[in-house]
Ligand binder design. Structure first.
Ligand SMILES: C[S@@+](CC[C@H](N)C(=O)[O-])C[C@H]1O[C@@H](n2cnc3c(N)ncnc32)[C@H](O)[C@@H]1O
Length: 303
């Protein structure tokens, strides 16, 4: 090997994740950029496949060669492009259009053929586990900005009745597939298409309450009337709306991966609207995310 340094970096990164690799989870970040001395380069395990993401338009051929030697289906995604595209195949067997990954014994449908995101945000693993641990049979959970509904699956797997809410019908259908992939009857759960702000207002008016609410919005979004939501400005409004739909002693998970908002500022933002006697607690990212802690997660409980 002409560059033992790079091989060593890869070995070290994989060794660090040894215990996770032996667990029932195969959705893992294997190399986390500067956290593993490879700035701009991220390797993730999605089931049997590996996905390398780079923030530059080229991939180091030596890194490619090193990773190919593991004989996994290896795919590549560019993070620097404006036009966000599906990953491209680099080496190893091709993956089918849809395949399964496992997180803490729960199945998740994945795809390298369905656009920029693969069906799960691995960095939310600990939050999903936390949600699963706090719900019990009969708990009600509202998963807003649900994407493919994996938070809902985690809660439903412990007996909660879930409401999964997203703007996108494609993602709601994908969420239903994730329920089926875990033999959870979808008839016992709710799927709502539409805008989170609209639905929260509607639930508040109807007096509908949930024991747990997940708020993980995109950094920036625009509704059908052109109204803009910006995390750094509007999260308190979202949090306040959610509080109005929360059952007594309920829990809210508030998340943002917006790098322009520090963990301390995010906490301050939420504190400005949290009712007295609320308890807010910041949670760290999973251990395989060794780089900068971009995902801010605040769990709050309300009297
Ligand atoms: C960052 S992803 C959420 C990730 C998800 N919480 C998870 O961990 O799997 C953002 C999702 O919000 C949805 N979305 C964007 N704006 C929305 C809105 N105003 N109301 C409901 N869903 C929205 C998008 O379709 C997308 O699925």
């Amino acid at each position: 090997m002409s560059n033992p340094g790079l091989q060593q970096i890869v070995n070290l990164a994989l060794d660090k994740r040894c215990s996770l690799m032996e667990s029932t989870t195969n959705l893992i970040r294997l190399i986390d950029g500067e956290g593993d001395r490879l700035p701009g380069c991220y390797l993730e395990r999605f089931g049997e496949a590996w996905l390398i993401s780079t923030s530059s338009p080229k991939i180091d051929p030596l890194l490619c060669e090193i990773l190919s030697e593991y004989h996994r289906p290896l795919y590549w995604k560019r993070l620097d492009q404006h036009q966000k595209q599906s990953p491209t195949h680099l080496s190893g067997p091709l993956m089918p259009q849809f395949f399964l990954g496992v997180e803490n014994d729960l199945n998740c449908q994945l795809s390298f053929d369905s656009g920029y995101s693969q069906g799960v945000f691995i960095d939310q693993r600990e939050n999903r586990a936390q949600l699963k641990s706090i719900v019990q049979p009969g708990s009600t959970v509202l998963n807003t900005f649900s994407y493919t509904g994996f938070f809902s699956v985690a809660a439903a797997s412990n007996g909660a009745t879930t409401t999964t809410l997203d703007l996108s019908q494609v993602y709601l259908d994908w969420a239903r597939e994730n329920f089926r992939a875990n033999q959870i009857p979808i008839e016992e759960h709710y799927f709502c298409k539409g805008d989170t702000f609209h639905w929260l207002q509607r639930f508040a008016k109807q007096g509908r309450k949930f024991d747990a609410i997940i708020l993980d919005p995109p950094t920036f979004s625009r509704d059908h009337k052109g109204k803009v939501f910006r995390v750094e400005r509007d999260f308190p409004l979202l949090f306040d709306l959610a509080i109005r739909c929360l059952a007594p002693h309920g829990t809210i998970l508030s998340c943002t991966n917006f790098r322009g908002l520090s963990a301390a500022d995010f906490m301050e933002q939420l504190k400005t609207v949290a009712p007295r006697h609320s308890r807010l607690e910041s949670h760290p990212m999973p251990e395989d995310f060794t780089g900068p802690s971009y995902l801010k997660s605040i769990w709050s409980t309300h009297a």
